[in-house]
Design a protein around this ligand. Structure first.
Ligand code: KG4
Ligand code: ZN
Length: 410
């Protein structure tokens, strides 16, 4: 009989298939919850509602916060997992152990978009349509799991390119509907932050997170697991976007971040004077468009071209001022919220100069600092699955219905 096995309020183990198609990477990952301590309540198999039944959302307030001890759920053989009344959520322990990533397949579309110097949304959607079935199949094969073995599906809902998101979402809905399994919609930015916990489940709260990707640059304060308070975000370009645009202008290729890092290696980061951008009101928001304009001015004034001998110095200077701007805001935020730990995530977190500046600051401030390994910094489905499992462990009622919609902006 299909269903989820609940041991004394803990679901163990769960196999999850996660899908991520928010931008120009098609990714699927299979994860398994780490073996949890089993309670003494005997295992109960909970049948899922029929495919036509609304799985419902966890009504606000019915999921206990992580510190609230709750009674094990009173599940009978016919319990309705989705629409249970308040109090049916199991004890909300956030697992201290990370799930096991059985597979994490990421297919980059870089080659498709490189000739245009940036992501072309329509091409991204078409590419996802062509590859998603194969990527999901590969993730299952590598994990040694059949679709029938999947207990839960997770998919990125947004923010991102709406056409690309809708492809992942529709594909995941189809699987969940056909196999009569729950589907959880996941926020892409929260998933990036979760990537840090996947490799370091014991990170101590409160946590200050710096998220730096191609589409977003933001600071989050996380007082406890699954809480995300936005402290500041970019008012114009994201840091990754600024790197991508300058690389495009110089004809260096796409994505810009890695190519700027490669060509700027060995360059003098002080060779070109860039002022660290600050918002006028000294808020924790970021702004990178002024920096982009300053870079274009240097390029014109010094006549910098693709094969220029000064290119490494210029790129190193540009990369360095972006890293300084990011860490300066992180410092301001840390002074304001007094975190215990710092995390850095998103595609730009792969950057060596930024990682070094981040670690230097953490050392000076006496804070624990974490950065995911490079493959978990850029978009991937493992971070989506990890977050879905954490939410599911907190409250199995939080599975959402098949009316999930994509959103372009947060
Ligand atoms: O998180 P991500 O994969 O996608 C978004 O959610 O946007 O981030 C992609 C961004 C791109 O702007 C890319 O240029 C940047 O991450 N990036 C880097 C590096 N690797 C990727 N930026 C600087 N240095 C890198 N090594
Ligand atoms: Zn991303």
């Amino acid at each position: 009989m299909p269903g989820l096995v609940i041991y004394g309020g803990k679901v163990d183990p769960v196999l999850i298939l996660a899908i991520e198609t928010s931008c120009d990477e098609t990714s699927a990952s299979v994860l398994r919850t780490a073996a949890q301590e089993r309670g003494h309540v005997p295992p109960v198999r909970v049948p899922l509602p029929d495919s036509g039944t609304d799985l419902g959302t966890c009504p606000s307030g019915t999921c206990p916060p992580s510190s609230t001890p709750a009674k094990p759920p009173e599940v009978s053989g016919k319990a309705d997992l989705g629409t249970g009344p308040s109090g049916t959520c199991p004890p909300s322990s956030t697992p201290a152990t990370a799930p096991e990533v059985l597979s994490n397949i990421v297919l980059s579309q870089d080659e498709v978009h490189a000739p245009y110097g940036g992501v072309v949304p329509e091409l991204a959607s078409r590419q996802h349509i062509k590859t998603i079935a194969a990527i999901v199949g590969e993730a299952l094969t590598r994990a040694g799991v059949a679709l029938e073995g999947i207990d839960l599906y997770a998919v990125t809902q947004g923010p991102g390119l709406i056409g690309s998101l809708l492809i992942g979402l529709s594909f995941a809905k189809g699987l969940a509907y056909y196999h009569k399994k729950p589907l959880t919609g996941i926020d892409h930015l929260e998933a990036h932050l979760e990537a840090c916990f996947l490799e370091n489940p014991g990170i101590e709260y409160p946590v200050l997170g710096l998220l730096v990707s191609g589409g977003h640059t933001a600071l989050y304060f996380m007082e406890e697991p699954l809480s995300y308070n936005l402290l500041g975000r970019t008012r114009d370009d994201a840091a990754g976007e600024a790197l991508d645009k300058i690389a495009k202008f110089l004809g260096l290729g796409y994505p810009g971040g890695p190519v700027i890092e490669k060509l700027g290696r060995g360059g003098d980061p002080k060779a070109f004077p860039f002022a660290v951008p600050r918002t006028k009101d000294r808020s924790l928001d970021f702004s990178f468009s002024g920096l982009k304009t300053a870079a274009l001015k240097h390029i014109r004034e010094h006549g910098i071209v693709k094969d220029d001998a000064r290119l490494p110095d210029f790129l190193a200077s540009f990369e360095d001022v972006i890293a300084r701007a990011l860490v300066d805001n992180l410092r301001l935020a840390a002074d304001a919220v007094l975190p215990r730990s710092l995390v850095l995530c998103g595609g730009v977190a792969r950057n060596t100069r930024l990682r070094a500046r981040f670690q230097d600051f953490a050392r000076q401030a006496g804070l624990d600092a974490y950065v995911p390994s490079p493959k978990l910094c850029t978009d991937n489905a493992a971070m989506v699955g990890a977050l879905a499992l954490k939410k599911f462990a907190r409250c199995p009622d939080a599975v959402t219905d098949l009316d999930l919609d994509a959103y372009a902006r947060s």
